[in-house]
Design a protein around this ligand. Structure first.
Ligand SMILES: [Zn+2]
Length: 344
């Protein structure tokens, strides 16, 4: 391609030339190719919270679940980021959902993109999908394997190819800068019913349709690792299908809504979204699970541990006890209130 004739890149050559004089860029491009490919960064590039989760991950063996974002809904700029989860077993990594911030949170765990085996989506909502494309784009230059596959509801294939098409010029720029082949769409598998999703040497994955109208389909997932089984609700109102999916699991990670605090939160949302308070209330009640009901679901499923995530409202004004007490009325096992960068 003749970049000088392409109006999208009028400054391309001069820009590349000038960038090469910037120390940071020099430092990045001077990193050994193997280091770039593995996504490894020098330890002193990380902040204290990142170093803490990295130490925790390194200190434990077996299956580890790292909550990257635990806030419910499309909120931004609050103490909890949007929904995303990383699962690790030995050197294999799996991602579930990609709310805004997922790429950055993933990187903070020190996990290499080259460890990632499969990606999963629970539903087509921006608070679960915003960082899906950026994960592919950033992963591409940091060692994400092109054999990685993504699984989820219809729209996944369009989102994968469409994002890469939209970022064509950006991709061409990095392809030349880093001297690597352009990013291509990864393989995707869409499904509309619950059941078996995939299996590799590390994990067996199944799904169940959950209840989140008007979004159809919306899925809960179950990951059976060799040493541990974990079920995720995604976004759902109370549903028997989640009890069935989580039956006997070691851990149930379920969305939760603290109803007494929803009034203020929903009034704020209604003002911002211009849809009206009643409509927001109707949506929340029809689509999400009060934390009391989460306790009932965990008890009925007979899980050992319940972790609350996708918290609504996602602000930091609620204490752990506020969340735990209503669920503990109905569930006898261990209850954990999820936090960003918490390892389960
Ligand atoms: Zn959500």
């Amino acid at each position: 391609m003749d970049v000088d004739k392409n109006p999208v890149f009028p400054m391309r050559r001069p820009l590349l030339t000038s960038l090469s004089a910037v120390p940071l860029v020099t430092a990045i491009t001077a990193l050994p190719r193997a280091s770039m490919a593995a996504g490894a960064m020098p330890a002193n590039w990380y902040d204290a919270d990142s170093k803490k989760i990295q130490r925790e991950i390194a200190s434990r063996s077996g299956t580890k679940i790292v909550l990257l974002g635990t806030g419910g809904g499309p909120v931004i700029g609050r103490s909890r980021r949007q929904t995303s989860v990383l699962m690790l077993h030995d050197e294999d990594a799996y991602m579930l959902d990609f709310g805004l911030g997922a790429v950055q949170q993933f990187a903070r765990t020190g996990t290499s993109f080259s460890q990632v085996r499969s990606l999963f989506l629970t539903l087509q909502r921006p608070d679960h999908t915003t960082d899906y494309g950026p994960f592919l784009l950033q992963g591409w230059i940091h060692g994400l394997n092109s054999s990685v596959q993504a699984y989820g509801p219809p729209g996944l294939t369009t989102m994968t190819g469409g994002y890469i098409k939209a970022m064509k010029h950006t991709i061409e720029f990095w392809s030349e800068s880093f001297d690597i082949p352009p990013l291509k769409p990864i393989a995707t598998q869409e499904f509309t019913r619950g059941g078996f999703v995939m299996q590799d040497g590390t994990v067996r994955v199944t799904s169940a349709l959950v209840k989140h109208p008007p979004v159809v389909p919306a899925f809960g997932y179950r990951f059976d690792f060799k040493d541990r089984s974990v079920a995720f609700s995604g976004d759902t109102a109370p549903t028997q299908s989640m009890i069935n999916l989580a039956k006997g699991a070691d851990v149930l990670i379920h969305e939760a809504m603290y109803v007494p605090a929803m009034g203020v939160s929903m009034r704020d949302d209604a003002k911002r979204q211009k849809v009206g308070f009643d409509a927001v209330v109707e949506h929340m009640i029809a689509d999400h699970t009060p934390v009391e009901d989460v306790g009932k679901i965990a008890q009925a499923a007979g899980v050992k541990e319940l972790v609350l995530y996708h918290l609504a409202p996602p602000g930091s004004h609620l204490t752990d006890e506020d969340w735990i007490a209503p669920a503990a009325k109905y569930f006898n096992g261990k209850i954990v209130v999820g936090r960003d960068l918490m390892m389960i």
